[in-house]
Design a protein around this ligand. Sequence first.
Ligand code: PEP
Ligand code: MG
Length: 325
Amino acid sequence: KKEQLQLLAEVEPVTRDGEQLMLAANISSLKELETAMKHGAQGVGLFRTEFLFMDRSEFPSEEEQFDVYRRIAERASGHPVVIRTLDIGGDKPLDYLALPEEDNPFLGYRAIRISLDHHDLFLTQLRAILRASAFGDVRVMYPMISSVDEVHQAKKLLLKAMRQLDDRGEAYRSDLPVGIMIEVPAAAAIADLLAEEVDFFSIGTNDLVQYVLAVDRMNEQIAHMYHPYHPAVLRMLRMTANAAHDRGIEVSVCGELAGDERAIPLWLELGVGKLSMSPQSLLRVKHRVLNTTASLARETGKDCFRLSRSGDIERLLSEFVAPVV
Ligand code: PEP
Ligand code: MG
C-alpha cells in the first residue's frame, strides 16, 4: 500500500472530472521539507518558524534565519513557500524571552501580539524573509490576526524592514505577497474587511476550532468536544472563503483538517483550491482526490451545510467514499 501510494508522488492532484487541487506541505525544518518533496508536495503552505527559535539560549540572528529560509526557498524549486512569522507564547515558551505567567495562555500573549510588541525581533525576522524572497517564490504570513489594525501595524513594519534592506543594498522582492492566518473567530467574522488588506488567507483550523467552540485543543478532558465538523466551524469556513472569492484573493487551509481526506467535499463546495498538510498526509489525500468526482462531492459538501449536528456531518462525509480505481 505504501509503495503504491509512493507512485502517486509525481501525479498531479486532479479529480476524476478534471478539477485541479494544489497540495502543499506544513513543515518546521529542512528535513521535513525533504520528506514533503519526496511525497510530491507542491510547495510549502506553512513553514512554522518557531522551531528555529526553540531549544536554544538566544534568538537566531538574521543571517541564521536567512540561511534556513533561503535554503527552503531553493529546495522548493519554484513552488510557493509560505513563511509564517513567529507563533510563540501560550503553550510554546522561549527560555530566553521572559513572558508573564498567564491564566489563559491561548487567549493571551501569543504570536503576532508578541511580534508587534518586539520590533527588533520582528524586523529581524522580516528582513531574513525578505532576503530569502530573492531566491524563490517566498510569501510571508502572520499568525493569530484578529483585527485590521494588526495588519496595518505589520505592514508598516514590513515597509520599515524593506527600507533597512535598501540602505544595505540587499536584494528582495518588493511585491512579496502578504497573507494572514484565519484562526481566530474575529478574523473570520471580518474576513471581508481583512481581504481588502492582504494577498491571501490561510485557514488554521487547529486554532479556529478551539476558539469557535471554546474547547482547549490541549485539554484531554474535553477532547470529545473538539469537533472540526461542527456547523459553527463550517460557517466560519464559508464566511472566510466567500470573502476571499469576493475580493479575488487566494484562500487555502493549513490546519489538520486539510489532511483529513473526508473533508475534500467541503473544500470543493467552498472553492478552497489549496490544502497544506503534514508531509505524511500528502499521498493519502492525493489518492482520495484522484478518486473523487468533484461534481458529486460538491453535492455532498452542500448537504453538509444543511445539517445541524457535527455527528451527522462527519457521518455523511465518512460515507462519501469514492470507488477505488
Ligand atoms: C492552526 O492553528 O490551524 C495552524 C495551522 O497553526 P498551529 O497548528 O501552528 O497553531
Ligand atoms: Mg494556529
